[in-house]
Design a protein around this ligand. Structure first.
Ligand code: CA
Length: 362
């Protein structure tokens, strides 16, 4: 009898412990569930800055989730070609993607607004608009019909005008020029009389070398040095009017995202936010040293676009942005949101950032 009582007591105790475990962990099912996801990217595998940003994101998520969410990162062309990332994630071929929204203007013209607007927001302002100015909500609304949840996940800072083999002395020199420039910058080049071409990063060197294109813009010193564009082009022009603070994009398939428990969703969001800043920090540090190397070791000729060329490009940019804004109700709302944010940011930055840069030079 005593033995029977003891056995019952032990059973009860174990049963209780089991229940307690479940209660303490909230939901016993999801807290132990493991996910193995694929991430397709528009960048070459492990490419400096851009590709490493995606890699870094995956590593952070795995570490923060103690291995409950593992993400395998694929470079462009490994699972799907660079420009099929959007469809692959939308359709669930991969749960995640990393790239830039302006590659998807074929899906929605307003997508370009979420990378960069020529003469628009810089990196600091772009991130601020996305996270505190209503940008993210508009981005999610735009991608809703594609079954995608977007996040900001990196920024390169101000880019360069790009690489040329002839000097740009007036707007006439853009005429007939076949230049790789994606997004709205490309639209501006085309309207200025050039021929804008969109080619993924990994194919640029050969395209320029074989004369498929006459000029190109990619990113800035750090990335451009890595691709060796100084070997095939003479002049390196600035300023980066077309991409003043381009946001990189993390895409998540909406159905897949909904299957994640709340803590893993928060980890994805937090890792994206961390990488968003981390990529910019890396670019800022590496661009500085890469520019010195391009000029001093590789003899690159650094040139500034003439003021009247910049003014004409800005006039055309405003025209094009207005046309896209008129294209749909949501495009209008996005454009209005960015433009009113930029107006405020410009007024404040005139007496903060700009005034400070000026003071530092004196
Ligand atoms: Ca670029």
């Amino acid at each position: 009898m005593k033995l029977l009582l003891l056995a019952t007591w032990i059973l009860l105790l174990f049963g209780c412990e089991d229940n307690q475990e479940k209660n303490l962990s909230g939901s016993a099912d999801t807290s132990k569930q493991k996910f193995e996801w694929k991430m397709v990217t528009t960048w070459p595998k492990n490419y400096p800055g851009l590709g490493l940003g995606a890699e870094n994101f995956a590593n952070k998520v795995e570490a923060m989730s103690a291995g409950r969410l593992k993400i395998k990162v694929f470079g462009a062309g490994q699972l799907v070609p660079a420009f099929e990332v959007f469809d692959a994630v939308s359709q669930g071929t991969a749960e995640m993607g990393h790239g830039a929204a302006y590659y998807w203007t074929g899906k929605s013209k307003a997508a370009a607004f979420f990378t960069a607007i020529p003469f628009g927001l810089n990196a600091q302002e772009m991130s601020s608009w996305i996270h505190y100015g209503g940008g993210l909500e508009l981005w999610r609304e735009l991608y809703e019909e594609f079954n995608l949840v977007p996040f900001a996940a990196g920024n390169t800072g101000v880019q360069m005008t790009g690489w040329f083999n002839k000097e740009i002395k007036s707007i006439e020199d853009i005429k007939g020029l076949r230049m790789r420039t994606p997004g709205l910058g490309g639209d501006v080049i085309t309207r200025a009389g050039g021929i804008a071409v969109t080619i993924s990063g990994g194919e640029l060197y050969t395209a320029m070398q074989t004369g498929v294109i006459d000029a190109l813009e990619w990113v800035g010193p750090y990335n451009d040095l890595a691709f060796g564009f100084h070997q095939i082009a003479k002049y390196y022009y600035y300023p980066g009017w077309s991409e003043p603070g381009p946001a990189l994009e993390l895409l998540v398939n909406k159905d897949a995202f909904e299957t994640l428990p709340e803590d893993l969703k928060a980890i994805v969001e937090t890792a994206a936010r961390a990488v968003n800043q981390d990529v910019l920090d890396e670019y800022t540090a590496r661009n500085n040293e890469a520019l010195v190397s391009l000029i001093e070791e590789h003899g690159v000729q650094l040139k500034k676009l003439p003021d009247d060329v910049v003014r004409e490009l800005r006039r055309i940019s405003e025209e094009i942005i207005e046309e896209i804004a008129s294209d749909s109700e949501i495009a209008r709302r996005i454009a209005n949101s960015i433009q009113s944010f930029q107006k405020q940011a410009a007024a404040y930055h005139a007496i903060s950032e700009e005034a400070y840069y000026e003071a530092r030079r004196k």
